[in-house]
Design a protein around this ligand. Structure first.
Ligand SMILES: C[S@@+](CC[C@H](N)C(=O)[O-])C[C@H]1O[C@@H](n2cnc3c(N)ncnc32)[C@H](O)[C@@H]1O
Length: 282
Protein backbone atom coordinates (compact mmCIF):
# COMPACT_ATOMS: atom_id res chain seq x y z
CA UNK A 1 0.00 0.00 0.00
CA UNK A 2 1.38 3.40 -1.00
CA UNK A 3 0.80 6.18 1.52
CA UNK A 4 1.20 9.55 -0.16
CA UNK A 5 3.04 12.38 1.64
CA UNK A 6 0.10 14.78 1.54
CA UNK A 7 -2.43 14.74 4.33
CA UNK A 8 -5.96 15.86 3.63
CA UNK A 9 -9.36 15.46 5.22
CA UNK A 10 -11.31 12.77 3.39
CA UNK A 11 -8.17 10.84 2.33
CA UNK A 12 -9.36 7.45 1.10
CA UNK A 13 -6.59 5.18 2.42
CA UNK A 14 -9.01 2.64 3.88
CA UNK A 15 -11.19 2.58 0.79
CA UNK A 16 -8.35 1.84 -1.62
CA UNK A 17 -8.57 -1.98 -1.46
CA UNK A 18 -12.35 -1.81 -2.00
CA UNK A 19 -11.94 0.52 -4.95
CA UNK A 20 -9.34 -1.76 -6.52
CA UNK A 21 -11.64 -4.74 -6.02
CA UNK A 22 -14.46 -2.95 -7.84
CA UNK A 23 -12.69 -1.74 -10.96
CA UNK A 24 -11.56 -3.51 -14.07
CA UNK A 25 -8.96 -1.58 -16.06
CA UNK A 26 -7.25 -2.58 -19.30
CA UNK A 27 -3.91 -1.39 -20.69
CA UNK A 28 -5.78 1.23 -22.72
CA UNK A 29 -7.89 2.59 -19.91
CA UNK A 30 -7.40 6.26 -19.15
CA UNK A 31 -7.88 6.77 -15.42
CA UNK A 32 -9.64 10.13 -15.03
CA UNK A 33 -9.74 11.45 -11.48
CA UNK A 34 -11.14 15.00 -11.20
CA UNK A 35 -10.97 15.26 -7.36
CA UNK A 36 -7.42 14.01 -6.82
CA UNK A 37 -6.79 15.16 -3.24
CA UNK A 38 -3.72 13.43 -1.81
CA UNK A 39 -3.52 11.05 -4.79
CA UNK A 40 -3.80 8.01 -2.53
CA UNK A 41 -6.16 6.23 -4.92
CA UNK A 42 -4.22 7.09 -8.08
CA UNK A 43 -0.88 5.83 -6.72
CA UNK A 44 -2.32 2.57 -5.49
CA UNK A 45 -4.35 1.84 -8.62
CA UNK A 46 -1.25 2.81 -10.63
CA UNK A 47 -2.88 2.93 -14.10
CA UNK A 48 -0.85 3.12 -17.32
CA UNK A 49 -2.54 6.35 -18.36
CA UNK A 50 -3.98 8.96 -16.07
CA UNK A 51 -5.51 12.40 -16.27
CA UNK A 52 -5.87 13.68 -12.75
CA UNK A 53 -6.98 17.07 -11.56
CA UNK A 54 -8.04 19.08 -8.56
CA UNK A 55 -8.91 22.74 -8.12
CA UNK A 56 -6.35 22.91 -5.30
CA UNK A 57 -3.31 24.32 -7.09
CA UNK A 58 -0.98 23.47 -4.19
CA UNK A 59 -1.51 19.75 -4.50
CA UNK A 60 -1.24 19.76 -8.28
CA UNK A 61 1.90 21.94 -8.19
CA UNK A 62 3.52 19.58 -5.74
CA UNK A 63 3.03 16.59 -8.05
CA UNK A 64 3.89 18.55 -11.18
CA UNK A 65 7.18 19.67 -9.66
CA UNK A 66 8.05 16.08 -8.86
CA UNK A 67 7.22 15.16 -12.45
CA UNK A 68 9.48 17.91 -13.81
CA UNK A 69 12.18 16.98 -11.26
CA UNK A 70 12.10 20.40 -9.61
CA UNK A 71 11.31 18.58 -6.39
CA UNK A 72 12.93 15.29 -5.41
CA UNK A 73 12.99 13.23 -2.25
CA UNK A 74 16.53 14.52 -1.62
CA UNK A 75 15.39 18.15 -1.91
CA UNK A 76 12.53 17.39 0.47
CA UNK A 77 14.97 15.90 2.97
CA UNK A 78 17.24 18.94 2.90
CA UNK A 79 14.31 21.33 3.21
CA UNK A 80 12.69 19.55 6.14
CA UNK A 81 16.00 19.13 7.96
CA UNK A 82 16.83 22.82 7.62
CA UNK A 83 13.40 24.18 8.56
CA UNK A 84 12.65 21.43 11.07
CA UNK A 85 15.77 22.48 12.97
CA UNK A 86 14.75 26.15 12.91
CA UNK A 87 11.31 25.19 14.15
CA UNK A 88 12.95 23.31 17.01
CA UNK A 89 15.24 26.25 17.87
CA UNK A 90 12.75 29.10 17.48
CA UNK A 91 9.56 27.31 18.47
CA UNK A 92 5.95 27.55 17.33
CA UNK A 93 6.39 31.09 16.01
CA UNK A 94 8.54 29.66 13.22
CA UNK A 95 5.59 27.62 11.92
CA UNK A 96 3.62 30.88 11.53
CA UNK A 97 6.56 32.55 9.77
CA UNK A 98 6.63 29.62 7.33
CA UNK A 99 2.87 29.91 6.90
CA UNK A 100 3.15 33.65 6.08
CA UNK A 101 5.86 32.96 3.51
CA UNK A 102 3.82 30.15 2.03
CA UNK A 103 0.74 32.38 1.70
CA UNK A 104 2.81 34.81 -0.37
CA UNK A 105 4.82 32.35 -2.47
CA UNK A 106 2.70 29.15 -2.61
CA UNK A 107 5.93 27.17 -2.72
CA UNK A 108 5.08 23.42 -2.67
CA UNK A 109 7.93 22.64 -0.27
CA UNK A 110 6.51 25.10 2.25
CA UNK A 111 3.14 23.50 1.64
CA UNK A 112 4.57 20.09 2.54
CA UNK A 113 6.24 21.50 5.67
CA UNK A 114 2.94 23.04 6.85
CA UNK A 115 0.88 20.05 5.80
CA UNK A 116 3.06 17.77 7.93
CA UNK A 117 3.16 19.98 11.01
CA UNK A 118 -0.29 21.56 11.09
CA UNK A 119 -3.20 20.60 13.27
CA UNK A 120 -4.70 17.23 12.30
CA UNK A 121 -3.21 17.24 8.79
CA UNK A 122 -5.99 19.48 7.52
CA UNK A 123 -5.99 21.55 4.34
CA UNK A 124 -8.14 24.59 4.98
CA UNK A 125 -8.19 28.14 3.62
CA UNK A 126 -9.88 31.35 4.69
CA UNK A 127 -11.97 33.51 2.36
CA UNK A 128 -8.79 35.23 1.12
CA UNK A 129 -7.52 31.80 0.08
CA UNK A 130 -4.86 31.85 2.78
CA UNK A 131 -3.88 28.60 4.44
CA UNK A 132 -5.05 29.09 8.02
CA UNK A 133 -4.55 25.82 9.88
CA UNK A 134 -2.74 26.27 13.23
CA UNK A 135 0.39 24.48 14.40
CA UNK A 136 0.13 20.98 15.88
CA UNK A 137 2.29 21.27 18.98
CA UNK A 138 4.65 18.36 19.48
CA UNK A 139 8.17 18.02 20.89
CA UNK A 140 10.73 17.81 18.13
CA UNK A 141 8.05 18.12 15.40
CA UNK A 142 10.40 17.12 12.60
CA UNK A 143 12.34 14.41 14.40
CA UNK A 144 14.78 12.40 12.28
CA UNK A 145 12.44 9.41 12.01
CA UNK A 146 9.53 11.63 10.96
CA UNK A 147 11.59 13.27 8.21
CA UNK A 148 12.72 9.85 6.98
CA UNK A 149 9.11 8.67 6.89
CA UNK A 150 8.04 11.68 4.78
CA UNK A 151 11.08 11.40 2.50
CA UNK A 152 10.37 7.70 1.90
CA UNK A 153 6.78 8.54 1.01
CA UNK A 154 8.00 11.16 -1.45
CA UNK A 155 10.56 8.75 -2.90
CA UNK A 156 7.88 6.14 -3.63
CA UNK A 157 5.59 8.53 -5.45
CA UNK A 158 8.55 10.12 -7.23
CA UNK A 159 9.57 6.72 -8.64
CA UNK A 160 6.01 5.99 -9.76
CA UNK A 161 5.46 9.41 -11.36
CA UNK A 162 8.77 9.30 -13.23
CA UNK A 163 8.12 5.74 -14.42
CA UNK A 164 4.97 6.92 -16.21
CA UNK A 165 6.52 9.86 -18.04
CA UNK A 166 3.96 11.82 -20.06
CA UNK A 167 1.29 9.14 -19.63
CA UNK A 168 0.23 10.78 -16.40
CA UNK A 169 -0.98 14.37 -16.42
CA UNK A 170 -1.62 16.53 -13.38
CA UNK A 171 -3.95 19.44 -14.07
CA UNK A 172 -5.29 22.21 -11.87
CA UNK A 173 -8.91 22.86 -12.86
CA UNK A 174 -12.52 22.48 -11.91
CA UNK A 175 -13.94 18.94 -12.10
CA UNK A 176 -16.26 19.97 -14.93
CA UNK A 177 -13.41 20.86 -17.24
CA UNK A 178 -11.82 17.42 -16.87
CA UNK A 179 -15.20 15.76 -17.14
CA UNK A 180 -16.14 17.55 -20.36
CA UNK A 181 -12.80 16.77 -21.97
CA UNK A 182 -13.09 13.01 -21.37
CA UNK A 183 -16.81 12.24 -21.20
CA UNK A 184 -16.92 11.04 -24.82
CA UNK A 185 -13.64 9.12 -24.70
CA UNK A 186 -14.53 5.43 -24.74
CA UNK A 187 -11.29 4.52 -22.93
CA UNK A 188 -11.97 6.88 -20.03
CA UNK A 189 -12.76 5.43 -16.64
CA UNK A 190 -13.66 8.04 -14.03
CA UNK A 191 -13.04 7.87 -10.32
CA UNK A 192 -14.93 10.61 -8.48
CA UNK A 193 -14.32 11.53 -4.87
CA UNK A 194 -16.05 14.89 -4.42
CA UNK A 195 -16.23 16.66 -1.06
CA UNK A 196 -19.23 15.66 1.02
CA UNK A 197 -21.81 18.38 1.58
CA UNK A 198 -21.60 19.75 5.12
CA UNK A 199 -18.54 17.63 5.87
CA UNK A 200 -14.90 18.20 5.00
CA UNK A 201 -16.02 21.06 2.84
CA UNK A 202 -13.40 23.77 3.47
CA UNK A 203 -10.95 22.73 0.79
CA UNK A 204 -10.17 25.49 -1.67
CA UNK A 205 -13.75 26.33 -2.46
CA UNK A 206 -16.92 25.44 -0.68
CA UNK A 207 -18.83 22.46 -2.04
CA UNK A 208 -22.51 23.31 -1.68
CA UNK A 209 -25.72 21.44 -2.33
CA UNK A 210 -26.29 23.10 -5.69
CA UNK A 211 -22.88 22.09 -7.01
CA UNK A 212 -23.32 18.61 -5.63
CA UNK A 213 -26.71 18.21 -7.37
CA UNK A 214 -25.29 19.52 -10.60
CA UNK A 215 -22.42 17.04 -10.29
CA UNK A 216 -24.69 14.04 -9.58
CA UNK A 217 -27.00 14.95 -12.48
CA UNK A 218 -24.06 15.32 -14.83
CA UNK A 219 -22.53 11.95 -14.07
CA UNK A 220 -25.91 10.19 -14.07
CA UNK A 221 -26.99 11.58 -17.40
CA UNK A 222 -23.87 10.86 -19.42
CA UNK A 223 -22.90 7.45 -20.68
CA UNK A 224 -19.63 7.17 -18.79
CA UNK A 225 -17.91 4.38 -16.90
CA UNK A 226 -17.24 5.47 -13.37
CA UNK A 227 -16.90 4.69 -9.73
CA UNK A 228 -17.95 7.28 -7.16
CA UNK A 229 -17.15 7.22 -3.47
CA UNK A 230 -19.45 8.87 -0.97
CA UNK A 231 -21.09 8.21 2.38
CA UNK A 232 -24.18 6.06 2.62
CA UNK A 233 -25.30 6.46 6.22
CA UNK A 234 -24.14 7.40 9.68
CA UNK A 235 -25.66 6.56 13.03
CA UNK A 236 -28.20 9.37 12.68
CA UNK A 237 -29.38 9.20 9.09
CA UNK A 238 -29.07 7.93 5.56
CA UNK A 239 -27.53 10.01 2.80
CA UNK A 240 -30.81 10.53 0.94
CA UNK A 241 -29.20 12.40 -1.94
CA UNK A 242 -27.16 9.32 -2.78
CA UNK A 243 -30.08 6.99 -2.34
CA UNK A 244 -32.42 9.14 -4.45
CA UNK A 245 -29.93 9.53 -7.25
CA UNK A 246 -28.27 6.14 -7.44
CA UNK A 247 -30.37 3.43 -5.82
CA UNK A 248 -31.97 2.23 -9.05
CA UNK A 249 -31.42 -0.33 -11.77
CA UNK A 250 -28.70 1.69 -13.51
CA UNK A 251 -26.17 1.57 -10.67
CA UNK A 252 -24.79 -0.74 -8.01
CA UNK A 253 -24.10 0.62 -4.53
CA UNK A 254 -21.43 -1.25 -2.56
CA UNK A 255 -21.54 -0.38 1.16
CA UNK A 256 -18.37 -0.30 3.29
CA UNK A 257 -17.75 0.47 6.97
CA UNK A 258 -15.32 3.31 7.32
CA UNK A 259 -13.84 5.45 10.07
CA UNK A 260 -12.55 8.97 9.64
CA UNK A 261 -9.23 9.84 11.29
CA UNK A 262 -8.68 13.28 9.85
CA UNK A 263 -11.09 16.04 10.68
CA UNK A 264 -11.17 18.99 13.02
CA UNK A 265 -14.51 18.29 14.60
CA UNK A 266 -15.11 15.41 16.95
CA UNK A 267 -18.50 14.96 15.26
CA UNK A 268 -16.77 14.23 11.97
CA UNK A 269 -14.84 11.32 13.42
CA UNK A 270 -17.80 9.03 13.94
CA UNK A 271 -17.94 5.77 12.15
CA UNK A 272 -19.93 5.99 8.96
CA UNK A 273 -20.93 3.61 6.20
CA UNK A 274 -19.15 4.64 3.05
CA UNK A 275 -20.26 3.51 -0.37
CA UNK A 276 -18.94 2.97 -3.84
CA UNK A 277 -21.36 3.60 -6.66
CA UNK A 278 -20.67 2.05 -10.00
CA UNK A 279 -22.38 1.23 -13.29
CA UNK A 280 -24.39 -1.99 -13.19
CA UNK A 281 -22.59 -4.85 -14.89
CA UNK A 282 -24.07 -5.50 -18.34
C1 LIG B 1 -12.60 14.15 -0.66
S1 LIG B 1 -11.24 15.02 -1.34
C2 LIG B 1 -10.46 13.83 -2.33
C3 LIG B 1 -9.63 12.91 -1.48
C4 LIG B 1 -8.81 11.90 -2.27
N1 LIG B 1 -9.61 10.87 -2.88
C5 LIG B 1 -7.77 11.27 -1.35
O1 LIG B 1 -7.82 10.03 -1.12
O2 LIG B 1 -6.93 11.99 -0.84
C6 LIG B 1 -11.99 16.09 -2.48
C7 LIG B 1 -11.05 16.91 -3.33
O3 LIG B 1 -11.84 17.67 -4.27
C8 LIG B 1 -11.22 18.91 -4.49
N2 LIG B 1 -12.28 19.83 -4.99
C9 LIG B 1 -13.25 20.47 -4.30
N3 LIG B 1 -14.06 21.18 -5.13
C10 LIG B 1 -13.58 20.96 -6.38
C11 LIG B 1 -13.99 21.39 -7.69
N4 LIG B 1 -15.03 22.21 -7.85
N5 LIG B 1 -13.28 20.97 -8.76
C12 LIG B 1 -12.20 20.16 -8.60
N6 LIG B 1 -11.76 19.70 -7.39
C13 LIG B 1 -12.45 20.10 -6.30
C14 LIG B 1 -10.64 19.30 -3.14
O4 LIG B 1 -9.57 20.21 -3.29
C15 LIG B 1 -10.20 17.94 -2.59
O5 LIG B 1 -8.84 17.72 -2.88
Amino acid sequence: MIITPIKIQGKKTKLVPHIIENIDLTDNTIWVEPFLGSGEVLFNVNPNKAIVSDNNKLIIDFYKKIQTKKISSQIVREFLEEHGKKLEDIGEQYYYEMRDIFNKTHDPLYFLFLNRSCFNGMIRFNSKKEFNVPFCKKENRFAKAYITKIVNQVKKIEDIILSHGDNWQFICCDWKETFNKYKNNKNAFFYFDPPYINRNSDYFNKWEEKENNDFFNTIKNNQINFILSNWYSNKYRNNDVIINNFENNQFTIVKIDHFYHVGGKEANRNSIIECLIKNKDE
